[in-house]
Design a protein around this ligand. Sequence first.
Ligand SMILES: [Zn+2]
Ligand SMILES: [Zn+2]
Length: 419
Amino acid sequence: MKYRSVRGMNDILPAVISQWQVVEEKIRELMIRYRYHEIRPPLLEYTELFKRGIGEDSDLVGKEMYTFSDKRGRSLTLRPEATASVVRAYLEHNIDTKEPLQKLYYLGPMFRYEKPQKGRSRQFHQYGVEAIGSLDPALDVEVIDIAWALLEELGLSGLSLRLNSIGCRADFKGYRQKLKEYFATRLASICENCRQRYQTNPLRILDCKKEECRLHIQSAPASVDYLCSECSRHFSAVRNYLNQLNLTYVIDPHLVRGLDYYTRTVFELISSHLGAQDSLLGGGRYDDLVELLGGPSTPAVGFAGGMERLILVLKEAKGRVDRMARPDLFIAALGNESRSLVISLAQQLRRQNISLDIDYRSRSLRKQMTYANQINAQHLIVIGPDELASGIGNIKEMDSGRERKISLTVEGIQAAMEK
Ligand SMILES: [Zn+2]
Ligand SMILES: [Zn+2]
């Protein structure tokens, strides 16, 4: 083979695209109901944005970014996630001056330079929401509710919410200190990465998936025990709203998110279709990020989920989602003369919102009929010299085999298909 796609960059082929479209349409439809507006930041940003926003010593920025220099030697990075870009755009265009609370969502590719393996590629896709401009705990719960509604309306059951509060920057100090004390005597038995995390940010140890580390994490100090009174009030309000809306949750005292910008509420949504450890989406508050990126102090909350993973789980959960499966109609042509009528009818019917196909490979009538069966067309019309001359033909309902006489006009065909 001559050319291959870049390692870790996958084609999403027509055979599976319907599943993507079903999910994308559900997201867009849901966002209209919750009144979130789409934003589409560019895929490339100056590297500095992510270093500053996500944290220079995070795994994501330290090891996984797709960074390169442009022709003028400026360092650019393909976005590894979208929140930093959304906040950058929010500030750059003074979006907040029009409406202080901005409710935004995005869909699109992200890039991380990781070792490609099953279920993990270097270009992957995320969907997410960002509600910027309010510290109202009801907004945390709205964001969680969107995530919940999305997964539920896509047909996933057995959802469970893992919830925690990691507090504000001021609370981090005390908690970090406690974690340091706790892990100090356990340094010999945690993984090498975590020994490094111990130096840079001991909170990140809690995110480690390694068996040897999980063992110690289980009995590590809990962040909720180090919340200031304001963070504590916020967290209890979030829990009250969740109860009120029947969104059941489990407090996970060691849930932290991999990125530096999170504060207060953090959460993950899990479907029982997956192994217990794996979440479908996650998010939380990031009340300092806007300020960190040069804006005024502005609280915010959001979540992000991976499309590839969601589609995989949906497939396991309920088989194929394929809205291209059944065209309304196939029009077969017998002989060259009838073809021009077939082409005209196809154009006009398609513009009347009927999905249909015709033959473009000079197939025999028999092969055209076989093809109509193959694509699972709901109706079939054959137009030959007789039909062309009389303007009258038959429409066959493929499932029942029932045939009816119709006039071969757009109106005639439309009327027959409505019955
Ligand atoms: Zn606090
Ligand atoms: Zn570890």
